[in-house]
Ligand binder design. Sequence first.
Ligand code: ZN
Length: 163
Amino acid sequence: MSTADNRKYFQAVDPLAGVPLQEVPKNEQCVERTEAEWRDELTPEEFRVLRQAGTERPYTGEYWDTHTAGVYQCRACGAELFTSNEKFDSHCGWPSFWAPLAEGTVRYIHDRTLGMERVEVRCANCDSHLGHVFEGEGYGTPTDQRYCINSVSLKLVEAPTPQ
Ligand SMILES: [Zn+2]
C-alpha cells in the first residue's frame, strides 16, 4: 500500500472521530532493515522498545515532562511524527500527544497482548513500535485521545528560537 493509498484511507474517516477500527496495512515502501542492521543502529534500549514493542519505565524517559517547542521524529528512521503543539501533560510518565503530526504518519495495530485490548501505534515509515493510543480518558484535549509514546522511540528536534 502506497502512502497515497494510506492518505485516501484516512480521508475516509474523520480524524477527530477517533482511531480507525480497521487496521491500516503496512506501507510497502517503508524502510526495511534486517534485525541485525537494526541492532547495529540502535542502542539496546531503543531496540527493545522500537523493534520488540517494549515499554520504557514511566517517568524515566527523556521527554515525558518536556515542554520544549519542536518536532518529534522517529528515533529509528527520522520520520516526523508528532509536534510539541499536540503534546500535553497527562502525568502518566510518558510523552503524551492528542494527535500525530499528520494523518498517515503513524499506523495502528490492534494489540491483544497482556489480556488487554489496546491499539498499538507504529511509525508508518519504518514500522517501529512507538506506543499505544487510548481514548475517552477525559483529558479534555480536542480529540479525547492520548498517544502514549515511549521517549526512547522519539527524537526531539527543537524549533529555532525566534530572534
Ligand atoms: Zn520510523
